[in-house]
Design a protein around this ligand. Structure first.
Ligand SMILES: C[S@@+](CC[C@H](N)C(=O)[O-])C[C@H]1O[C@@H](n2cnc3c(N)ncnc32)[C@H](O)[C@@H]1O
Length: 345
């Protein structure tokens, strides 16, 4: 076997095994290992007792997490081995002091959410055979606890770049910002913070807005951000300088997205700007890799959702009347990108 084939073969085998690491991490989050450790050091036996697990099995889990440098461990003078959160681990895996005192870069909620969608991914073969989602129910509409978990998960991912994005994208002279399906409000919060003259309206489903309200209040933004219960597939309010759609189009089919762009056009003032943030595909529909993999997530969980290419999005925007449609390279994490367009003045 030549070196190139050997390397490729190893990469493919490693990809197949990658769920070992993922599941170890997700179960550790589910057992609340990182919050239980917090600032302290604990032995495997102590953590096993706190989580009602077997001591030897807990030691195996903790060592696997040390192996991928998510936890640290040291030998105490007593001879016991103690495990601890690394400084970076504390920033992202320890929630904070409770309530809404969540550390800004916390990722435990999105990791925990993967424990939920893991069940769906285990049915991928079935979904592929049927070409349909594994269940008919909308994950955020049914159970308030699921809505809360989902919106907290979305907040974790949004907080990875909401602040830097708001500083990166100038909204010169804009006074009104419509955040369509705004979720936790992370982007509205940061666009308002970066633009003192801006007020935002978050349009979302009523149950989601109950969670949104808590985030908006905890960030001290309730005077700048209003919450509008509604359904973006029915109607949108009018009179906005900027419309922002983050991770919305991937849940909808092409027909719905074209109709949505037409509604967005009407909701904007002349000269207004729309920003569509998503996992946008290159024309090959395979890259960036996360965008093509995410399409499978949409197959599992939605009737018509998918990820789309820039030209598909551009087509909807043009048909709706938008001009100056662009897809600039921005320094955003996890293959996220943004399409910009303007309504003529
Ligand atoms: C994937 S989340 C994105 C949240 C947020 N924009 C972000 O990027 O963090 C989708 C959001 O759309 C909302 N949503 C779903 N269907 C909707 C509808 N028909 N009308 C209004 N909001 C909707 C959900 O409640 C959720 O907040």
């Amino acid at each position: 076997m030549n070196k190139t084939l050997q390397n490729f073969r190893s990469q493919v085998i490693e990809l197949g095994y990658s769920y070992f690491y993922a599941k170890a991490l997700l179960v550790a989050v589910k057992l609340d290992i990182f919050n239980r450790l917090g600032e302290s050091t604990l032995s495997a036996r102590e953590l096993a007792r706190k989580t009602s697990c077997d001591s030897r099995a807990m030691e195996l889990l903790l060592n696997a997490l040390v192996g991928v440098k998510i936890l640290g461990k040291k030998d105490a003078p007593s001879g016991r081995t103690l495990y601890y959160n690394t400084p970076s681990g504390k920033e992202i895996l320890v929630k904070g002091r409770g309530g809404f005192k969540i550390r800004p870069y916390y990722v435990g909620d999105i990791l925990n959410f993967h424990n939920t969608i893991w069940e769906g991914w285990s049915q991928l073969e079935e979904s592929l055979r049927k070409g349909k989602p594994i269940s008919q129910h909308q994950m955020y509409l049914e159970d308030p606890a699921v809505t809360r978990a989902f919106i907290h998960a979305m907040h974790n991912t949004a907080m990875g770049h909401a602040e830097s994005l708001a500083k990166l994208v100038p909204l010169k002279g804009a006074k009104t910002f419509l955040d369509i399906g705004g979720g936790s409000g992370a982007f509205s919060i940061h666009f308002c913070k970066a633009n003192p003259g801006l007020t935002a309206s978050i349009l979302d489903l009523p149950k989601t807005l109950e969670v949104t309200r808590e985030f908006v209040v905890s960030h001290g933004m309730k005077n700048r951000i209003s919450l509008l219960p509604g359904d973006y597939n029915k109607s949108l309010p009018k009179g906005f300088d900027v419309a922002f759609l983050s991770h919305i189009i991937h849940s909808e089919g092409e027909k719905e997205n074209l109709a949505l762009m037409k509604k967005v056009y009407k909701s904007l003032n002349p000269g207004g700007k729309v920003m569509i943030q998503d996992f946008i595909l290159k024309e090959d529909k395979a890259n960036p890799p996360f965008a093509s993999a995410f399409a499978l997530n949409m197959l599992l969980y939605t009737e018509k959702g998918c990820t789309y290419t820039f030209n598909e999005i551009k087509g909807w925007l043009q048909e709706a009347g938008f001009q100056s449609i662009s897809w600039p390279k921005l320094p955003l994490p996890r293959d996220i990108s943004i399409v910009f367009a303007n309504k003529p003045a």
